[in-house]
Write a protein that binds this ligand. Structure first.
Ligand code: ATP
Ligand code: MG
Length: 470
């Protein structure tokens, strides 16, 4: 009997989990080596250890439930007080053994502290990833998305249902070559990190610029099992940069234009006067006719030069209190007279009381006429309408001029307003109208905004502040 029980003890000590025998009064009657080590228990039970005293206060206390239950085996969890003050999280397997007079519980407690910690770390990590403002996507090894965070959904405009299982190229702008992407893949598939700035495309087709870091996710054997893409949305910054570049370009163009206007203007005046003298003195009809052509071409160049000069010194005129409403109505009346506008209907809608603004009326009319004429041109002789809406904002006046014309190609949008950009046949457009308008509105610290889509018409909105800041 003694030998048998010591063999039983050796067996029980070999078990890598803590084992206890507990009475129905929860007195600990026996335990194994592992329990001694982890909880610092004496070699032999002293008789009055209550099982629940081995647990921390907030631990579940499952024994009684097992004793009361009719089935004899049960799984549960418990948290023990470790010998060094640490908490030992365990999973319990409890078995009820009924003797002739009394009942015992045999309890095996497996230490799951490590797993619990990992679980918690993972939970913390996934919370950070989930709630960060940075758009994040995770793909499997084949590059299909298995996770996207809410910031990613928000930035791209796609819901996670639309993204999961798809290749990330669903948000691709298509602006990069195959070679570009193969270089990226070559790097990340061997476990390296790739970083760069890329232009993506949102669901609505607009651009989304991000600074992205793509890092491989490797398993314990260093095998790449997926990829993590962490983005920083830099769209706004990009747009500001582009605007700045654009306005700097405009400024240098202005300087250039003033120079050219001066250099070309003088010789042009001499040509014009020589032609006039010749026309008066010669009798050859053929030569006379050709000189007439020269003269009309010279006029055309002179007009361009005048526009350029106007643009390069727009503040020559006097500022005066100006009624934008009257000004825009006059411009509409003037444009209506044009032959090419005969199929176009004009509507002016003044939303609220518009205060007088300090402007140069002639220049402002020029802007309205330019934009209205562009609208008429966009109809290409067909029927259509132009709507002008004048509205008072918090600290500015907004004049929106919308036409039902052909709209502007996406490829052309960025070029609109650059000097000499025109899609009109030679002789019908110089491509200076909007450039000049832009310069005029800028000189009043306002802004011109453009919204257009091929086939869906165009809206130019002119914004003029009540109190332009110097
Ligand atoms: N309302 C519009 N609808 C469609 N395209 C437009 C519109 N307004 C401007 N555009 C495009 O922008 C280009 C530039 O316009 P801009 O007024 O600067 O020059 P332009 O009309 O071609 O020549 P001009 O110097 O005689 O005004 C046009 O050629 C046209 O392609
Ligand atoms: Mg024009």
């Amino acid at each position: 009997m003694a030998i048998q029980s010591s063999i039983a003890n050796i067996f029980i000590d070999l078990i890598p989990d803590m084992c206890f025998v507990v009475s129905s009064e929860r007195a600990v009657l026996a335990y194994n080596q592992r329990a001694r080590e982890l909880l610092g228990l004496p070699d032999v039970p002293t008789g009055d250890i209550n099982f629940y005293d081995l647990l921390v206060d907030d631990s579940p206390r499952p024994l009684l439930a097992v004793l009361r239950a009719t089935d004899s085996a049960r799984e549960a969890e418990a948290r023990f007080k470790g010998m060094n003050g640490q908490i030992v999280d365990t999973e319990l397997a409890i078995r009820k053994i009924s003797g002739p007079n009394t009942e015992f519980l045999y309890v095996i407690a497996r230490d799951v502290s490590e797993e619990k910690k990992k679980e918690l770390d993972l939970l913390r990590f996934s919370n950070v990833v989930h709630y960060t403002v940075n758009p994040i996507q995770i793909t499997d090894a084949r590059g299909r998305m298995v996770y996207v965070n809410p910031a990613f959904e928000k930035s791209t405009g796609y819901s996670k249902e639309e993204l999961i299982g798809k290749n990330p190229n669903i948000v691709s702008s298509g602006k990069y070559s195959k070679e570009f992407w193969s270089k990226v893949w070559a790097k990340i598939s061997i476990g390296k990190i790739w970083q760069g700035e890329i232009e993506n495309k949102r669901k609505d087709g607009s651009s989304l610029f991000t600074q992205v870091l793509i890092s491989p996710i490797v398993d314990a054997d260093e095998k790449v099992v997926g990829y993590l893409g962490s983005h920083r949305d830099i769209t706004e910054q990009k747009q500001l940069e582009q605007q700045l570049m654009h306005s700097q370009k405009m400024e240098s163009m202005g300087t250039l234009a003033a120079g050219i206007a001066h250099e070309v203007g003088n010789p042009l005046t001499s040509i014009s006067s020589i032609v006039q003298v010749l026309q008066r003195t010669i009798n050859d009809e053929f030569a006379k006719e050709k000189l007439g052509l020269v003269q009309s071409q010279v006029h055309r160049i002179t007009k361009i030069i005048r526009d350029l000069v106007d643009f390069s010194r727009p503040s020559n005129y006097q500022l005066q209190p100006t009624s934008i409403v009257n000004n825009v109505k006059e411009a509409v009346e003037i444009v209506k007279m044009a032959k090419k506008a005969r199929n176009v209907k004009f509507f002016v809608d003044v939303k609220n009381d518009i205060p007088l603004l300090s402007l140069v009326p002639d220049q402002i009319s020029q802007v309205f006429i330019n934009i209205l004429l562009n609208g008429v041109d966009a109809m290409d002789g067909k029927e259509g309408r132009i709507d002008v809406v004048v509205e008072r904002g918090d600290d500015d006046v907004r004049i929106a001029i919308s036409d039902s014309g052909c709209g502007i190609d996406e490829d052309h949008l960025a070029k609109i307003g650059e000097p000499f950009f025109t899609t009109k046949p030679v002789g019908q457009g110089t491509g200076l109208g909007l450039w000049v308008s832009h310069g005029i509105i800028k000189s009043f610290h306002g802004d011109i905004r453009l919204k257009s889509k091929r086939g869906e018409g165009t809206t130019f909105t002119i914004i003029l502040p009540f109190h332009p800041k110097e």
